[in-house]
Design a binder for this molecule. Sequence first.
Ligand code: ADP
Length: 257
Amino acid sequence: MWGGGRRSRPEGLSEKLHLPTVWGGRPKAGWGAPDLNLLLYGAPGSGKGTQANMLREKFGIPHIATGDMLRAEIAAGTDLGKQAQPILAAGKYVSDDIMIGIVRSRLTQPDCKPGFIMDGFPRTVPQARALDDLMTDLGKRFDRVIYLKVPIEELLERLSGRLVCPRCQRTYPPGTAACAVDGSELVQREDDKPEAVRPRIEIYLEKTVPVLDHYRVGGLVSEIDGRGTIEEISRQVLAAASAPGARRPHPQARVKA
Ligand code: ADP
């Protein structure tokens, strides 16, 4: 399903959040939709998926979540899925070569033309460099990198016992019975089990924290405190995605003008 296929959304989320209208409502992908490329950065459990859903709903651009893509491969029993399953269960990273290949083929699909929300990639500096090259090849650039900052102790607490909807991938705190959006029975992700949570945070600190510096150099990072209510965080994320500087013309556009 490659991440972009998750079209369900919480009933009235925009209304609940009182989100400002950006570019006149909720554009759908295609002609007239925004050319907005966003990168969500943060540790496991920082709330990237929740904010990506909000942004997807608001801007009508696909959410590309590499973790969801891998889980779809596992569920479908493909060769890649068989290879990835034990890696995910152990909280480790799938190889850069595989991930770069997956992202390359996803970003070249037509629904990404008007923009996309990248979540879970790049997770290593070589992935970040490969993504730079890929974006150049596609004539695109990131408008903003949104960093959801959450202290490690809180991440460990959030991930342990977290439940997920197997249908729409929304996450819920322990004890929640069913998905508020589609009513599905919630399950625990294999890598949210205690033995995988700590390795995921450790590998994040080792391999993924340096990725932030890669983007800080370009002045693209908006740092947002990932603690607080979903509504408060969503307002800040939306403001960052719509901030001046997030809408700079692309170099190619300047050449043409
Ligand atoms: P989280 O960010 O909460 O750990 P994800 O759903 O983004 O969850 O990813 C789940 C798992 O999928 C990761 O722990 C890793 O094993 C694998 N994965 C996802 N994206 C990448 C990537 N860019 N590089 C390597 N492995 C990845």
